[in-house]
Design a protein around this ligand. Structure first.
Ligand SMILES: NC(=O)N[C@@H](CC(=O)O)C(=O)O
Ligand SMILES: [Zn+2]
Ligand SMILES: [Zn+2]
Length: 349
């Protein structure tokens, strides 16, 4: 795309966020407005303390989210259940009977924030996974092995071989979303796999490689899981996201943590992008010369995978530089958004 042709505004069908952390209580009240401004709907992650493991808990959590929305902002939380070794197949059927639970989330125990109650051995969940396959309830996967002897940067690639391939061999009709993919291995696996599989990609994994975590010093706000990878992986993700392939869709993985939990000797994983998510995706797609592919990735492919209607209405992004705040309120505390104090070149109108 030549600079003369580079558009000054882009208008697309209203987008959705297919992977989002909203937290709870006062934290939820602080952050939900940011996502509701950017997105019509979001798949809400269940990794609260305690995790959202039942239909009853998801129902109550959904009500708290709706109650925390500022008046006038329309936003539909699409709820998920947290899979444990003990999730009852009947809970899946009950979830399917609601019109607001759309998926079940697999956290390998110990893989990431609030995953201690996650699955220790997927074999323990096969009856439940069979029920999911039967009722066409998607399984959302944090795809990293947890073994301490596997290099942190290899955990996603090893997960494909050790967990994803056997799982999909055993349950070929189970709908799966490989969440927040970070490697060329995962992008290639999803692009070539047979059957019902998709993948979400975050804005930060499209924009940054692992150097960003160490640029001029240690930068905890760029630390998330799965961790940023080498440049070759970023480029493969950008190619996948801008390919037009329906399997790849937007999931911010915006993961708020209080400033004190990030800027400390053992900081939490998670990047906060809910404030400027679409601006970041537009920046990445522009870099790839593929702004014309943003709508499919952000607004069309996700609904197609989940069997939901495309949103009504549009969103417009304008080429207009603005500066991210240094912090935003987060309950009683503050959080530091990704790109705090930096300029972004697109602005949502
Ligand atoms: N992505 C992250 O680094 N953190 C997420 C958990 C997750 O999505 O793995 C969180 O809940 O903070
Ligand atoms: Zn995750
Ligand atoms: Zn996440």
């Amino acid at each position: 795309m030549s600079s003369i042709e580079t558009p000054q505004t882009i208008t697309i069908t209203r987008p959705d966020d297919w992977h989002l952390h909203l937290r709870d209580g006062a934290h939820l009240a602080s952050v939900v407005q940011h996502s509701a401004r950017q997105f019509a709907r979001a798949i809400v992650m269940p990794n609260l303390k305690p995790p959202v493991t039942t239909v009853a808990a998801a129902t109550a959590y959904r009500e708290r989210i709706v109650a925390a929305l500022p008046p006038g902002l329309k936003f539909e939380p699409l709820m998920t259940l947290y899979l444990t070794d003990n999730t009852d197949p009947d809970e899946i059927r009950r979830a399917q009977d609601t019109d607001f639970i759309h998926a079940v989330k697999l956290y390998p125990a110990g893989a990431t924030t609030n995953s201690a109650a996650g699955v220790t051995d997927l074999k323990k969940c096969y009856k439940t996974l069979e029920a999911m396959q039967e009722v066409e309830m998607p399984l959302l996967v944090h795809g990293e092995v947890t073994d301490g002897d596997i290099d942190l940067f290899d955990r996603e690639a090893v997960f494909i071989e050790r967990v994803m391939r056997p799982l999909r061999r055993d349950l070929p009709e189970l709908k799966i979303v490989f969440e927040h993919i970070t490697t060329k291995d995962a992008a290639q696996y999803v692009a070539e796999a047979e059957g019902p599989i998709g993948a979400t990609i975050t804005a930060h994994h499209l924009l940054y490689n692992r150097n960003e975590i160490f640029r001029g010093g240690i930068r905890p706000h760029y630390y998330c899981l799965p961790v940023l990878k080498r440049e070759e992986h970023r480029l493969a993700l950008l190619t996948a996201a801008t390919s037009g392939d329906e399997r790849f869709f937007l999931g911010t993985d915006s993961a708020p943590h209080a400033i004190g939990a990030k800027e400390t000797s053992c900081g939490c994983a998670g990047c906060y992008t809910a404030l400027h998510a679409m601006e970041l995706y537009a920046t990445a797609f522009e870099q790839a010369g593929a702004l014309d592919k943003l709508e499919a990735f952000a607004s069309l492919n996700g609904p197609a995978f989940y069997g939901l209607p495309v949103n009504e209405g549009t969103m417009t992004l304008k080429r207009e530089p603005w500066t991210l705040p240094a912090t935003v309120p987060f309950g009683e505390s503050q959080l530091v958004p990704l790109n705090a104090g930096e300029q972004v070149n697109w602005k949502m109108l």
